[in-house]
Design a protein around this ligand. Structure first.
Ligand code: ZN
Length: 236
């Protein structure tokens, strides 16, 4: 089904029939996913024209919410939501000579030398880089262990910012590159991406052999791929 209004606005969407019994009056529901796509769920029996009409009626809300999705401006203010390993934390900024980040309970305590956005951003970025190195290196080791009979040399790891991919690899260089934004997704999904790239070191293409091996190493490989699509590779 093509929704022309959304297509013309350049808003990506996913259409999904709802399995649940519709609540009274609620037959179409829209929301934005973390990957920036608009999710449209509808009850059985809804006609395409009805979806179009619903979109038209709610267009102002959709456009506004879409704008917010496009430009997630991080100000590092109290209560701002920060995702770390798939969990959501409320930011608690403090001014302190000792700069650090401490995750505790549902909060992320951020100590920066002044209250400016730049100062706070810098502290978070330094912390994030350390977390990426620690977590990704450990998970790469776990992934390598799973493959050890097939792979002899431990791969090199690089960490970069990517806008639209989670990772990539260079089999000739025995090198895997992971997106820094992976630190925001659950551990099992980071491991899924690592396994995907590790198997690519053996099978560079998405061949049947590639998929067979990945499926044998990662249970629910497809479900993990779907879960990962809920997260934004450009999250900061
Ligand atoms: Zn691939």
């Amino acid at each position: 089904m093509q929704l022309l209004l959304l297509k013309n606005l350049g808003i990506d969407y996913v259409l999904k029939p709802s399995k649940a019994q519709p609540k009274k009056g609620l037959r179409i529901a829209v929301s934005f996913l973390r990957n920036g796509k608009l999710s449209i769920r509808y009850s059985k029996g809804i006609k395409p024209e009805e979806i179009e009409a619903f979109i038209a009626k709610n267009l102002v809300w959709i456009k506004t919410a879409h704008q917010k999705q496009l430009k997630p401006v991080r100000l590092f203010v109290q209560g701002e939501d920060y995702l770390y390993l798939g969990k959501s934390y409320a930011l608690m900024p403090y001014v302190s000579r000792h700069e650090t980040v401490i995750i505790n309970g549902g909060q992320m305590h951020l100590y920066a030398k002044n209250a400016s956005v730049e100062a706070k951003k810098k502290v978070v970025e330094v912390w994030k880089t350390k977390q990426c190195e620690m977590v990704f290196q450990e998970l790469l080791y776990q992934g390598f262990q799973r493959l050890q009979k097939k792979m002899t040399q431990f791969p090199q790891l690089q960490i970069k910012n990517y806008k639209s991919r989670w990772g990539c690899c260079y089999p000739q260089k025995n090198l895997i590159i992971l997106n820094r934004a992976l630190i925001h997704v659950p551990i099992e999904l980071i491991l899924y991406v690592i396994m995907h790239e590790l198997v690519h070191l053996l099978y560079p293409n998405h061949s049947a052999e590639f998929h067979n091996m990945l499926a044998s190493l990662v249970p629910d490989e497809r479900a993990k791929k779907r879960q990962l699509s809920q997260f934004r590779p450009d999250y900061q």
